[in-house]
Design a protein around this ligand. Structure first.
Ligand code: KG4
Ligand code: ZN
Length: 353
């Protein structure tokens, strides 16, 4: 089965082709991602209207490039997976309409995929990980710890109660005058910084909940930065390094507590854009070693938004006989685990301004 994936939920227009061979092994045949960073950077975040228009003008040739790179044409594609939510509704509509049009004109099935499920299953495409596992999903719109027992069998153990981790990186960058997107630039600045110079708060630490909170961190950084004005490059580097270390510590602390609740699991998968942060990976690696866990961190190009993860999630669901019909509408909010009570910050993905 060759599956074409389409992703347009935020500021990347992406298409990919994946397959599974007769031995059950996953293969990534192409993974094309066009970032709209330049279009949004002057606004310091993603502008939904600009994003939707940019997706519309790029989607056809991005799909063509993904097919070309996989050395396939549309006649060889057996199914299409497309992000149907959560995300910015204008972008989701562009992807969904494209998938529906291809499906109708070619007579092939399509399936609306939850973007979070894409992130959640990436490690099965990249590292052939088997169920069950613990998932730390950290992106620009989400921060969750999820127990993954099978396809569609997700239990959310923790979520942020305010900002997402990626959002905390983006806002920190903005207030320190670093360019959008914040995460990679904070990480770059942190390389020459002293992580022990500032001690930032770790909200909810020590409390029974596994939930996380990052908005206080942003405020603490602002307060500290205001005391230092005018900021020297070294101050910015030290603030970034201290912030990054605090975030890594919060995530490790929550994951450790989640591990204690998860009998029979020995794998921690980290996914989402923030998972590309080396300091966070290193901290989680140490945590896993202490707790006899295996850490699986997908390659960087599969951590940030991409269509390979969408194609893969669709492939797993197609194999189970699922398809979507033409009435499917985009869902700007779509929690991964519908059974857990909704908390602000969970199941949400939107403009990162
Ligand atoms: O998964 P993703 O590409 O999109 C969403 O689904 O949100 O994640 C994007 C987020 C942004 O907030 C970005 O600043 C953050 O991931 N990010 C990072 C790094 N690379 C991307 N955060 C920290 N360190 C990084 N190296
Ligand atoms: Zn994402």
């Amino acid at each position: 089965m060759y599956i074409l994936g389409i992703e347009t939920s935020c500021d990347e227009t992406a298409a990919s082709v994946v397959t599974r061979d007769r031995h059950g092994k996953p293969h990534l045949l192409s993974n094309v991602v066009l970032s709209q960073i330049d279009e949004h950077s002057e606004f310091g975040g993603v502008v939904p209207e600009i994003a939707a228009r940019a997706h519309l003008s790029a989607i056809d040739h991005i799909i063509k490039r993904a097919l070309d790179k996989a050395s396939l044409d549309l006649s060889k594609i057996n199914g299409i997976g497309v992000t149907a939510g959560p995300g910015l509704v204008g972008g989701l509509m562009v992807g969904l309409m494209t998938a529906k049009a291809l499906s109708a004109s070619r007579g092939i099935p399509y399936l609306g995929v939850n973007h979070l499920e894409g992130h959640a299953l990436t490690a099965r495409l990249a590292d052939d990980v088997s169920y069950p596992y613990l998932l730390l999903l950290v992106s620009g719109g989400h921060s969750q710890i999820v127990r993954v027992d099978g396809l569609g069998d997700y239990t959310r153990l923790a979520t942020t109660i305010d900002d997402a981790v990626g959002e905390a990186f983006d806002k920190t960058a903005k207030l320190l005058g670093l360019e959008f997107p914040g995460g990679p630039n904070v990480e770059k600045a942190a390389k020459t910084g002293d992580a022990s110079r500032f001690k930032f708060p770790m909200p909810l630490r020590g409390q029974e909940t596994l939930n996380m909170s990052f908005s206080g961190l942003k405020t603490a950084i602002r307060t500290q930065a205001q005391k230092l004005v005018p900021l020297r490059d070294q101050d910015i580097a030290d603030l970034c390094a201290s912030m990054q270390k605090t975030v890594a510590e919060i995530l490790a602390n929550r994951c450790e507590r989640a591990m204690a609740q998860c009998d029979g699991i020995d794998t921690l998968v980290v996914a989402g854009g923030v998972a590309s942060n080396t300091e966070i990976r290193t901290r989680l690696d140490a945590l896993c070693e202490q707790n006899n866990y295996k850490l699986i961190a997908p390659p960087l190009k599969l951590c940030t938004d991409n269509a390979a993860m969408i194609a893969w999630a669709a492939l797993e669901r197609f194999e189970r006989g699922e398809t979507s019909d033409m009435n499917l509408a985009p869902r700007s909010r779509w929690p991964l685990d519908g059974s857990t009570e909704s908390v602000i910050g969970s199941g949400r993905k939107g403009a990162k301004v």
